[in-house]
Design a protein around this ligand. Structure first.
Ligand SMILES: Nc1ncnc2c1ncn2[C@@H]1O[C@H](COP(=O)(O)OP(=O)(O)OP(=O)(O)O)[C@@H](O)[C@H]1O
Ligand SMILES: O[C@H]1[C@H](O)[C@@H](O)[C@H](O)[C@@H](O)[C@H]1O
Length: 383
């Protein structure tokens, strides 16, 4: 069980999920071929914020991006790299949201418990995209990681036998349901949240539901909290949820409160939708973000986590709105205007919007008590 304590000094993070090849298609034309997979978007955020992490991902010999990724993947000679075709045909969605139809056209082999390092981590992230995370893999992650963050897409995706069409099943029907009380945070998009009984799950773990340009909402057993979004000119929604989760966990790893970390997640999500495929973050923005996070940590250290009983304090962290404003300002000079933006993929109406009002609280399960110091086994594929 995870308790609400200060984040350990040098937290160890484990990301588990396959890299993939993404092909973005509209009206029969290939718009882009890019590196994909939640693991690539999340490690991109961690790299951008200079946070160390360990990553377990499997690919085939056909993997095109081994030289590009900062964390090498395990190459499985007998397997192909997971590949998705994402169809962005106009008229999809119909609800004002940027929906895409996904097909998994090839799948690398699953990540098994044997593939995971035999060492302890403070934060674990189960972020599969193509069915590569098995119940036993998640179970092993729960054993070796103090707190585990799970993207629901790793749990509820099923794939059409003939065409690989991605469909979703109710979480209760997945083999993962019994593990839920042991996870720290379940992240779902608004579309995916329909496949979960949030009212039931929130009694066991923190649930974060992202909602595109509206930002996100954090639910826990006896409260919920809306976290404000940031302005963005959306060009491609792919990976927004992944970068959100990367930013959220990166914030917690650095000792931010849950609302501040979720704000950082929203910020990274908003940067991601402005580019096609895996984003190249502007170095000036990243520097501003690192500075703002440091400033925020200093501000909060005096009141956010310090309670004599060692539990998190669940009152509004002063300056949360200011933190939102500062991050927003960091991005503003570089925010592409609608005219400048080459919209290769359909953009949702009103994607440039004012922030929503914000409330505050936090969740006790999210900051791990550090494991006793143990020798770190070097993971072979870590650079
Ligand atoms: N158009 C947008 N404008 C501003 N912020 C956005 C926009 N789209 C996404 N975001 C940010 O990114 C976060 C995640 O987006 P979203 O809810 O679309 O995730 P998702 O559907 O899981 O994405 P994907 O499956 O494409 O990775 C949102 O909570 C929000 O903070
Ligand atoms: O690269 C993308 C991205 O990781 C998305 O979050 C996921 O839904 C897609 O399956 C994947 O192809």
């Amino acid at each position: 069980m995870v308790t609400g304590r200060k984040s350990p000094l040098n937290p160890r993070v484990l990301i588990v999920g396959n890299y993939c090849h993404d092909v973005l298609i509209r009206d029969g034309d290939v718009l882009a071929e890019t590196l994909g997979g939640a693991a690539s978007f999340i490690s991109n955020v961690f790299d951008g914020l200079s946070i160390r992490c360990n990553l377990i991902s499997k690919v085939g010999q056909d993997f095109k991006y081994q030289a590009k990724v900062s964390h090498g993947a395990i190459v499985v000679p007998s397997s192909e790299t997971t590949m998705f075709h994402a169809y962005f045909d106009l008229g999809l969605g119909g609800n004002g949201r940027e929906d895409r139809v996904l097909k998994r056209v090839s799948a690398c082999e699953p990540i098994t418990p044997m593939d995971l390092p035999d060492t302890r981590f403070d934060f674990g992230m189960a972020v599969g995209v193509g069915g590569e995370i098995l119940p036993e893999t998640l179970e092993r992650m729960l054993e070796i990681c103090r707190v585990v963050f799970v993207d629901i897409q790793a749990l509820i995706r099923v794939f059409g036998r003939d065409d690989g069409a991605v469909n979703l099943v109710n979480l209760k029907e997945s083999g993962f349901y019994p593990l839920l009380p042991r996870i720290g945070v379940l992240k779902a998009s608004t579309e995916e949240a329909v496949f979960v009984d949030v009212e039931e799950i929130r009694k066991w773990c923190c649930v974060v539901v992202t909602n595109g340009k509206e930002g996100c909402k954090v639910y826990w057993s006896d409260g919920e909290l809306q976290i404000a979004p940031f302005l963005a000119n959306q060009r491609d929604p792919t990976g927004a949820g992944d970068s959100f989760l990367g930013g959220f966990v990166a914030g917690l790893v650095q000792g931010l409160s849950v609302p501040d970390a979720a704000l950082l997640g929203n910020f990274l999500g908003s940067l991601t939708v402005e580019q096609i495929g895996l984003p190249k973050f502007d170095l000036r923005i990243l520097q501003r973000v690192r500075d703002e996070v440091q400033r925020r940590k200093m501000q909060c250290s005096s009141y956010c986590y310090e309670r004599s009983d060692g539990e998190l304090k669940f009152s509004k962290p002063l300056g949360h709105e200011q933190f939102h404003a500062s991050l927003g300002t960091a991005k503003l000079p570089y925010l592409q205007t609608v005219q400048e933006c080459r919209c290769d993929l359909p953009r949702s109406p009103n994607s440039v919007e004012q922030s929503l009002p914000n409330q505050y609280t936090g969740h006790p399960k999210l900051l791990p008590t550090p494991f006793h110091e143990e020798p770190v086994r070097t993971i072979d594929n870590e650079p």
